[in-house]
Design a protein around this ligand. Structure first.
Ligand code: ZN
Length: 466
């Protein structure tokens, strides 16, 4: 039997996850995500597959985040005809995110054509359009957690809950003769709201493991609700508004869920809460129908009593622009949750523009803010920031909650890998991390007795079972 592992993305970086397993000539991918970051470099990497898409037999998708799923429409347009296996929630989340990405690219393309960035002879084309998304969705086959399924002749797969976002899974691939190769995808944390904790996967011979936080420990998740409560009370006492930039998928639902608990327990004053993002509204609808992914607490507190975890009296979803604009006229305290999460686009920009110069208000940072984004400039409390080309004084308070993270820290990963049969585990391949994080994670894993840890290089073939 000839078995090879090759990775084509998220190596010494955290976007573009695309890994290939080749068993006796049968090629399968785990994820096919987009590269993000600096536009020109990402664009180049996204357009070029380092393999022939037509030769791929099948794809297994770990979760719906763009950096894991969003090159699938392009893969299909380039000749991939096989099945894409995912959990039902992942299919829906990926569908939403791929469609959103298609729209963003179409808008970008229009802007670039206007600015003639690629010159008239070579107008910029989006990587894929909405038609490609609809087409690739027809290639999906959904399968629940913990059900064996065949991805190719005699290659079996089973999804374990990764606890990262709704529907996220860790595929454990059984290639026959008792040989198993496991992938963490993005590994979540214990104790996050709504979704279940990461499951322990069975013993395997090889593990492809993420290392996003190889050098970091998170604040305990239990503090999240308490800190959120404090910020709201303080701001309301000052007569201010709380503006929360949040990713539309998962983070927004986490916040809504905590707010629901705080409102029910009467721990925060009765004020209006607005979710102003059509994308967040759509994502929340997907959450509502995938109750099979919820943890016991949600089941007990909400579902058994037939209560909607994402709906309560003072919570309002805003989907049209006129209503969104009316929020500007409100003078009394309220909470506005809006996207994009890093404040690069979307309705959050209007809310920031209207509220950033009022010292009574609080801008609550609940997610990672990448370099060179407005979100980062706010998080670093720059005295003046540019919004829609105009400078605004940052007079609102800025509060950062570090308790929210969808990724395991190094202690979580150590524990997760440590619970596997280390005598059987031949090697851990590390992906999805920056250089320093990867080196640190390597040290942590060797420290707990993992025999071999390899930091993966793009395009390098790693023979397995040699
Ligand atoms: Zn992810």
């Amino acid at each position: 039997m000839s078995v090879k592992f090759v990775s084509f993305g998220a190596n010494r970086e955290v976007t573009g996850s695309t890994h290939m397993l080749e068993v006796d000539g049968v090629k399968m991918l785990v994820d096919c995500g987009m590269f993000q970051g600096k536009r020109v470099i990402a664009e180049q990497k996204n357009r070029q597959f380092l393999f022939d898409p037509a030769t791929i037999e099948t794809v297994v998708l770990t979760h719906g985040h763009c950096d894991h799923s969003c090159r699938l429409p392009y893969l299909s347009a380039c000749g991939f005809r096989g099945n894409i296996y995912a959990t039902p929630a992942t299919r829906d989340i990926a569908g939403l995110i791929m469609a959103d990405t298609a729209h963003i690219q179409e808008k970008d393309a229009e802007w670039m054509r206007k600015k003639k960035i690629y010159g008239e002879k070579e107008p910029f084309q989006p990587l894929f359009g909405i038609k490609d998304v609809l087409k690739v969705l027809e290639q999906f086959i959904t399968i629940s957690y913990r059900r064996d399924f065949f991805v190719a002749d005699s290659i079996k797969c089973n999804f374990y809950d990764a606890g990262h976002i709704l529907g996220s899974a860790m595929p454990v691939i059984d290639i026959g003769q008792g040989r198993k190769i496991a992938f963490t995808g993005d590994l979540g944390r214990k104790g996050t709201p709504i979704i279940r904790d990461p499951e322990q996967i069975p013993s395997a011979d090889y593990l492809v493991c993420e290392a996003t936080y190889g050098n970091r420990l998170h604040d305990p998740i239990e503090d999240a609700c308490r800190q959120l409560c404090e910020v709201i009370r303080e701001t309301v006492e000052r007569g201010g508004k709380i503006i929360i930039p949040a990713f539309a998928v998962e983070r927004t639902q986490d916040i809504i869920y905590y707010l629901h608990q705080l409102v029910d327990a009467r721990k925060i004053p009765r004020i209006d809460i607005y979710v102003d993002s059509p994308m967040a509204f759509n994502a929340t609808s997907i959450f509502r129908v995938h109750q099979e992914c919820f943890d016991d607490q949600v089941r007990e507190e909400f579902l058994i009593q037939d209560k909607n975890p994402f709906g309560f009296e003072t919570l309002h979803y805003i989907t049209n622009v006129a209503e969104s604009k009316r929020l500007n006229e409100k003078d009394e305290p309220c909470i506005i949750i809006s996207s994009s999460g890093m404040c690069e686009a979307g309705r959050i920009l209007h809310h920031l523009k209207n509220n950033i110069e009022d010292p009574r208000n609080t801008i609550l940072v609940v997610g990672f803010m990448a370099e060179d984004t407005l979100g980062r400039r706010i998080a670093e409390r720059e005295p003046e920031v540019k919004i829609f080309g105009q400078l605004y004084k940052l007079k609102a308070r800025v509060k950062i909650l570090n308790t929210f993270s969808a990724h395991a820290d190094y202690n979580d990963v150590k524990q997760f890998v440590g619970n596997m049969d280390l005598k059987r585990l031949r090697k851990v391949f590390l992906v999805h991390g920056e250089d320093e994080e990867l080196e640190k994670m390597k040290g942590h894993l060797l420290g707990i007795g993992v025999k071999e840890v390899e930091i993966v290089d793009t395009g390098k073939e790693y023979p397995l079972y040699d």
